[in-house]
Design a protein around this ligand. Sequence first.
Ligand code: ATP
Ligand code: MG
Ligand code: MG
Ligand code: MG
Length: 474
Amino acid sequence: AKFTTSQIRADFLEFFKSKGHTIVPSAPLVPGNDPTLLFTNSGMVQFKDVFLGAEKRSYVRAADVQRCLRAGGKHNDLDSVGYTARHHTFFEMLGNWSFGDYFKKEAIAWSWELLTKVWGLAPERLLVTVYHTDDESYELWNKMIGLPPERIVRIGDNKGAPYASDNFWQMADTGPCGPCTEIFYDHGEHIAGGPPGSPDEDGDRYIEIWNNVFMQFDRQPDGTLVPLPAPCVDTGMGLERLAAILQHVHTNYEIDLFQALIRKASELTGMADLENKSLRVIADHIRACSFLIVDGVLPSNEGRGYVLRRIIRRALRHGWMLGVRQPFFSKLVPTLVEQMGEAYPELPAQADTVVRALQAEEERFAETLDSGMKIFDDLAAKVTDGVIPGVDAFRLYDTYGFPVDLTADIARERGMTVDMEGFEASMEHQRETARAAGKFGGGVTLSAELVASLEPTAFLGYERLQADGLSVVA
Ligand code: ATP
Ligand code: MG
Ligand code: MG
Ligand code: MG
């Protein structure tokens, strides 16, 4: 194929270089100096202080390919993976920026030029949204580009739907933000879904490919908007979504890079249907997990490490569903290195660490995954109202290392839910019991790490630890 993902990355950077942009490297997934943010969820994160005027760079135009993770915090797409054609936990965002330099006119003109002239997308397949009060962007699309009014949709603020259109972009609850204009691609009538702003916009027919944000404010903790020192442009385009269009496929999982991972996962699991949902989830999760480890995160029971553990365990459970009872997940790493090592040299450099960390987690979870699944199956057979009781979800969490979102995900596949309030109550009860018992100087729980690090002879089993009033977190 002409438009490999590598080619698209290169084309993008070349285009913006020709428009006077400095090419900068991707920042890590763990933001360097931003405690308000769990992960780098978009290209602008590494430029946050530049927008705020607190940091100066030697350039006023920049472009890059940023690795992103949306699996926690304000942007969380974990529960969409495997359910939509277009959402990943880990993805690559192509971005261009103006720091007080060009504004709406140039940003809009260049995005159109790149999509329709350089990459040759059919203009009639594209439609755009603008912030409902942003007449300037509306006019630029209508008069300068020549888009007819029926393909320019005015959109306001998202009132809560998980991926409903929202034309006021925010990195987090505080920080740089502003109105945006987004470009959508129509994959065709044969796919279910309506245009942005319509009741069935969550479908996969009209897929959002590029967001152009006009950064103008710094959102304060009390919600007020303080104008930035200078208006800026911040754009983000999903590499995988664009590759799907240019490679004439519909879902991101059909692009070259994902197909390589899926074929390997198919080989490792014996699942021959390459459109199988579990293969897709596994292919998604190996990217997220590997890059998290590359960027210094290791599986643990709190914060970023717990997000990583949750994603790994979800992937392992999908392998289990396909009948795999041997370690398989870390065996995908060489394929990932083949696919992405050139674009991200830090990946091959740390591949051994990634493999070892994944293997260790896989061995650890193997001790309880099988019995946990049996417990779940028994429960599911008993439950009559479709709701897994909180105490049981807690037992799966506490004794079998099933993060509650994993249990909820298994339940969802069977048309069931988990009583989350009940789960929280059990959790709270256990904290109190542990505090009262004070065995380890007041409420210190025994971590799964510690348990796993005990010599096999000293390992009493999770049940026994429980009986002793000790708890295993995760
Ligand atoms: P969506 O509405 O489809 O969830 P978004 O509005 O949340 O996307 P933005 O925050 O505007 O996305 O990010 C800019 C671009 O990054 C999007 O236009 C899309 O191409 C890409 N993108 C966003 N989220 C994901 C994801 N989870 N997986 C892959 N690409 C994504
Ligand atoms: Mg989204
Ligand atoms: Mg959107
Ligand atoms: Mg968007």
